[in-house]
Design a protein around this ligand. Structure first.
Ligand code: GRF
Length: 227
């Protein structure tokens, strides 16, 4: 195959499959959420087969969205556990029950996961992060991008590794910062792009096109470029 290596902004690099996703029937996708659930909703709207929506927060909007779509939900409240390791173990156990999950999607899941957990799900867990990683890992990314005077902001989908917000990049979408942007207006434009690249990345994975290989994200066997 010739041409540029894949980098995955749907606007920069359209993929005919984006228009009407065809999903395999047997994929077990588990989505981890903590709050609003708009990324979960984008997967629901694309008719992604979600086996389970798991939350660490009881009665959160994300769970209501899942229930409205007929998706099984489960809550594992982190406050009920004596340690992070104990919480992680309960979460891992539920994700792989009754069958091993093919893919775990962190879609606004607001708990830091320990190394045993990230190792167990290595190569089958992805995260959506609201910045152009490696810029602005962590929280309050939109405020920090504005404070730093960034001309371009955006979002990233990456495989999850032990290091927070730092695994191999699968997709990035760039969003120009406007002179009069507030954190909220910038966040809203970034969020739209999150929804699109997350859905695309999940589809790539469950159709067997996307893999983590030797520490690199590969699409159709080719290393995904930085840009
Ligand atoms: C998104 O901006 C995501 O990138 C970040 O948390 C936010 C969750 O939003 N990790 P939602 O719950 O999917 O609406």
């Amino acid at each position: 195959m010739g041409g540029k290596p894949p980098t995955c902004d749907p606007d920069a690099q359209p993929d005919p499959a984006d228009r009407d996703y065809a999903w395999p029937r047997r994929a077990r996708v588990v989505v981890l959420v903590s709050g609003r659930g708009s990324n979960l909703q984008s997967l629901i709207d694309a008719r992604c087969p979600i086996a389970l929506a798991l939350s660490n927060v009881p009665d959160t909007p994300a769970l209501r969205r899942a229930r409205a779509a007929g998706i099984p939900t489960h809550v594992i409240d982190h406050r009920a556990f004596p340690s992070r390791a104990a919480f992680d173990a309960a979460l891992a156990e539920r994700i792989d029950r009754p069958e091993r999950a093919d893919l775990v999607v962190l879609a606004g899941f607001m708990r830091v996961l320990g190394g045993d957990f990230t190792d167990r799900f290595a190569g089958r867990m992805i995260n959506v992060h609201p910045s152009l990683l490696p810029a602005f890992p962590g929280l309050r990314t939109h405020e920090r991008a504005l404070a730093a005077g960034a001309a371009t902001h955006g979002c990233t989908i990456h495989f999850v590794t032990q290091e927070l917000d730092a695994g191999p990049v699968i997709a990035r979408a760039r969003v120009p910062v406007r002179p009069n942007d507030s954190a909220a207006s910038l966040a809203a434009r970034v969020l739209e792009r999150e929804h699109r690249i997350l859905t695309r990345a999940v589809h790539w994975f469950v159709t067997g096109r996307l893999r983590l290989h030797d520490g690199e994200a590969r699409l159709d066997g080719r290393r995904i470029g930085d840009d």
